[in-house]
Ligand binder design. Structure first.
Ligand code: MF3
Ligand code: CO
Ligand code: CO
Length: 255
């Protein structure tokens, strides 16, 4: 069931997701060679609390066999796709790329957004991968209009990514968001030939393409969380939470 949000709910979602934008913007200054992913996580947790929200991912139940997610951020470096666990052992190095996904809860409503950062100077090929993923997200958002279908979002993302010679990860998707982090509908990033559900005003969606420089296949590490590319190729992830209105998509996590 897809929940359409009231004005009051949209106001709370705006605040939860504005905080995401603050975190992702301020992280640009923090992400430097030498910092650990645990330091980033500790900073983000305190900043979210200062902004009167709570971390949205901490304690989130995992897949069978996994412990609940232990941190505020998901930090995924290079060939890690998503859901990397922050660690004092992981120090960023010049030339890395790092996807940071952050969640908040504000008065029972969730915020969710992600950005992939360059650590210092990165290769031209890594830069191109990041640009393509961010562009693909915006191509998808352009299609998030009442009257269109979920398949239009998928087609726009997939078309852009393949046109640039990359692959969209298929095992993970975007989602509705509101009182729960993951609500209906699933928002696929690849086109499976289905038109999918009709989009309506007041739907709130997290749109989040994950793209690989190599093949689309991924696997999960022994920690039960970290998803990596099967072929070891670089991966990028960008995510915005949007609210659909009669005037198009309002990006609630706009940086
Ligand atoms: N933020 C992810 C998403 O974009 C989900 C993270 S799973 C969690 O949907 F356990 F870390 F919360
Ligand atoms: Co996310
Ligand atoms: Co999400």
């Amino acid at each position: 069931m897809i929940v359409l949000k009231t004005d009051n709910e949209l106001a709370l979602l705006r605040e939860a997701n504005r905080i995401i934008a603050v975190i992702l913007t301020e992280l640009k200054e923090k992400i430097r060679p030498g910092i650990t992913t645990l330091e980033l996580d500790q900073w983000a947790e305190q900043r979210i609390l200062d902004l009167k929200a709570k971390p949205g991912f901490k304690g989130y139940p995992g897949p069978a066999g996994a412990k609940p997610f232990p941190a505020t951020l998901c930090t995924s470096i290079n060939h890690e796709v998503v859901h990397g666990i922050p660690s004092a052992q992981r120090r960023l190095q010049e030339g890395d790329i790092i996807g940071v996904d952050v969640g908040t809860v504000y008065k029972d409503y969730y915020g969710d957004g992600a950005y992939t950062y360059a650590v210092g100077t990165i290769s031209a090929s890594a830069r191109d991968l990041l640009e393509t993923c961010e562009q693909a997200l915006h191509r998808g958002i352009e299609q998030a209009v009442p009257g269109h279908c979920l398949g239009d979002i998928a087609k726009a993302i997939d078309g852009h990514v393949r046109g640039r010679g990359y692959e969209v990860v298929r095992d993970l998707s975007g989602h509705g968001i509101g009182r729960q982090l993951h609500e209906d509908p699933q928002v696929l990033n690849y086109y499976d030939g289905q038109r999918g559900a009709k989009l309506k005003s007041r739907m709130t969606l997290a749109i989040e393409p994950m793209i690989n420089a190599g093949g689309y296949a991924v696997r999960t590490m022994d920690d039960h969380w970290t998803v990596v590319t099967s072929d070891g190729s670089l991966s990028a992830h960008f995510e915005h939470t949007v609210a659909l209105t009669d005037n198009g998509a309002e990006i609630l996590t706009r940086l």
